[in-house]
Design a protein. Sequence first.
Lengths: 460, 273
Amino acid sequence: MRKKIALVTAASMLASVIALSGCGGNSGGGSASQSPTQAAGGTETKAEGGGGETGSGDAMHLTFYYPVNVGGSAAQLIEALCNDFNAENPDIVVEPVYTGNYDDTVTKLQTAVQGGTPPEVFVSLATQRFTMASTGMAMPLDDLIAADPDGQEYIDDFLPGFMEDSYVDGQIYSIPFQRSTMVMFYNKDAFKEVGLDPEKPPTTWDEVVEYGQKLTNDNRYGVGLALNSGSAQWAFTGFCLQNSENGENLMSEDGKSVMFDTPGNIEALQFWLDLQNKYEIMAPGIVQWTDLPTQFLAGEVAMIYHTTGNMANISQNAEFEFGTCFLPGGKRQAAPTGGGNFYISNGLSEDRVQAAWKFIRFMTEPERAAQWSLDTGYVATRQTCFETDLMKNYYEELPQAKVAYEQIDIAKPELTTYNAAEIWRILNDNIQSAVVGDATPEEALKAAQEQATEVLAEYQ
Amino acid sequence: MKKKKAIGAVITVFAVLLGLLWLIPLIWLVGTAFSVPSFHMTLFPTTSFTLDNIKYVWNAIPFGTYYINTLILVVCTFAVQFVTSTMAAYALGVMDFKGSALVFAVIFMQIIIPNDVLITPNFMTLSELKMVDTKIGMMLPFYGSALAIFLLRQHFKSIPRALADAARIDGATTWQTIWRVYMPCAKPAYLSFAVISVSYHWNNYLWPLIVTNSPANRTLTVGLAIFAKSKEANMQWANVCAAAFIIIIPLLLAFFVAQKQFMSSFVSAGIKE
C-alpha cells in the first residue's frame, strides 16, 4: 500500500517537475526567447534602487553589465574607463560587471530582472533592441535626449549607419558603443604572386570569382567566408543588401517581418554555393568565424570577409602586406553593421536614470570613443571622433582601418526583428542546410521565410 | 593459453592507442600554452618555448582571487554535502520510518532536473534572501545533493545489518555506528561522489557568472571565459590554452596522484549499485 502511494505521488511529482522545468527553461535558457509578460512582471516588482545599494557615503551606486567579445584586454579597458568616470563624478559609483559574451549577458540580464536586481546600464547587441523594448527590459531614451541641452546635437553626431539600428517604433532605445562592420581583408603578396594589381581589390562579385580563381592553388583558397551558425546571417545580410532590387534589407524597419525568399536573396545564397562547388575557390563545408582570420594569417586563404574588429590582430600578426576594401557588390556595394549598444534598464528612479545617462554620455565622448576604437578595433561611432588627432594619426599609421569608416556610408543594419535570436537561428539553420546540400537555396530560404513568418505572427 | 595471451596483447595495444587518442587534446593544449603564438594549427608546437602566454593571461585577470574562490566553493560545497547526504542516506537507507520510500522518491526525482533549469528560481530565492553576489549564495543551492543521497543510500543498504547490530550490542550510539561502520564501508561511494562534485563545481560556469557580480566572488571559469568567448575577432588559442592550463592543472595533478583510488572507487561503486 505504501509503495503504491509513493508511486502515485512520484508520478504526479514527475509531471509537475517536467512542467516546471519547461517554464524554467524558458526564462533561464539564454537568448531572446523569453515570454514578454514574465520579464515585464519582473521589472514591476523591482524595488526602487535596484542593483547597487547605496554604499559608503552618499554616492549612488550603478551596476553596469558589459560583455567582452574582442579578447582579454577589453575588460581592463572598461574597468579603467569606469574608474575615470567615478573619479570625475564623486557622487556616482559605477560598478562594471563582466557578463561573458552577448548571449551570456542576455541570460544574466533576464535572470537579474526576474530576481528584481537589474543593472542600471548594460551593453547588448543593437539587434536585441526589439526584444529589450517589447519585454520592457530597456527604456526609451527620447525624453532624456530632449531634456539634455545638446541632446539632439549629440544624437546627430553619431554615424547615421550606426544610429539607424537604435530605433524601435520611432523611439531611441539604445546608443551606439562597440560597433563594427564587415570588410574584405586581402593578401597583397598573393595578389602580386598571381599577377593581380594589389591596389585594385575586387569590387564586384564577378571580380571576386575571377580573382578567386587566379588566387586558388593547392595550398590556398581564393575566398573565405565563415558560414557557421551565428556568423552566416551577418555575411548573408551583406550579400542580400548587395543583390536586392533597390537595396532592401532582409527585414522591414519595424522588425515585424522578414524578406528572406526574394529572387535576389536566393541568387545570393546560390552565389555562396557556387564559390564552393562550381568555381571551387572557397573551402567546402563550414569554416568557423574564429578560424577564418587564422587561416588568412597563415596564408591559406587570400581574401576574407570579416569584421573590422580584427584590424589590430591582423595588422600586428600579418607576415605579408595586407589590404582592406569595401565588400564587393552584386547589383551595388553594401555592407552590414553589427555590434553592441548601451541600454538603460526600465523602471529606475529618476536620479538613477540621470546618472546612467551621464555615464553613457561620458563613455561616448569623442576622445573616449576614438580611444576605444583604437584599442579594440571597433569603428568609432561619432563624426567628431574622426576630427580628433588620435583618429587622424591612427589612420595615417594604418590606412587599412579607414576603409571601415568610409564604408559606414553604404552600410545597413544587420538582420534584426522581434525575437531576433529565434529568427537568427531559423535563417542560420536553413543556410546551413543549403551549404551541406540538404536543400537548394530556394527551398532553404522559402523554409526560412515560412518559419520566421510564423514566429513573427504574434507581433503583428 | 597462447591464444589467451595473444588476445590480451591485442587488447593492451588497443587500450594504449585509445589512451593516446584521448591524450591528443591535452598535448595540444599544453604545447600551445607554452609556445609562441602561431597561425598554423599543428598538434606539436612548431614555434619556440615561451612563458609569455601564461604571464599575459595571469596578469589580465585576478587569477589568484579566482583560485581561492574556486577552492572555497569546491571544498565547502563538498564538505556540507558530505554531512547532509550522509545523514539523509542513513535515514532513508537504514532507519525504517513511515513514508521513507516517498521521501526518497521525491529526492530521487531531483536528479532528472538539469541544474541550468534551476538557475532562475534559485536566483530569485537568493535575491529575496539578499544573498546575490556572495560566496555562500553561490554554494547554497548545492548543499543538498540528490545524487549523493542516492549513491550513499544504495551503499548503506548493501551493508549487512548484522554489522550495525554488532556495533550496537557493543554499546555504540547511532552516531558511532554511522561513523565507524557505515562511513568506512561506503568509502568508494564517497570517493566517486567527491570526484563528481568537485569536478562539477570546478568547471561550472553559468551559475557563478549569473549569481556573482564582483571580481572578489568570481571563479576560474568566469576568468577563462574572457579569453575563450571573445568571438567577435579570432580565437587567440595561445591565450585560451594558457588560461585553460592554469585552470586544469590542480585537478590534473590530483588525478595523476590519486588515479588508482579514483578508478577503484568508480569500479566498486559501479558494481555494488
